[in-house]
Design a protein around this ligand. Structure first.
Ligand code: ZN
Length: 57
């Protein structure tokens, strides 16, 4: 699993970076629409800040 913490405190996690990107895209659109982040900016954030987490059994 991969996870990322939004600066707002929202924790996102999913199976891989591509799914995490999709989650982050939705979260930014819903909660940070004023940031007008591009897909590229979000991908860069995921690539830079995402980290591995152990799946919860
Ligand atoms: Zn956020």
């Amino acid at each position: 699993m991969r996870a990322i913490d939004c600066p707002c405190g929202h924790h996102l996690e999913d199976t891989d970076d591509e799914e995490l990107f999709r989650l982050a895209r939705e979260h930014v659109d819903r909660d940070h629409a004023e940031m007008e982040s591009s897909d590229e900016q979000i991908r860069e954030r995921v690539a830079a800040d995402a980290y591995d987490v152990e799946p919860v059994a």
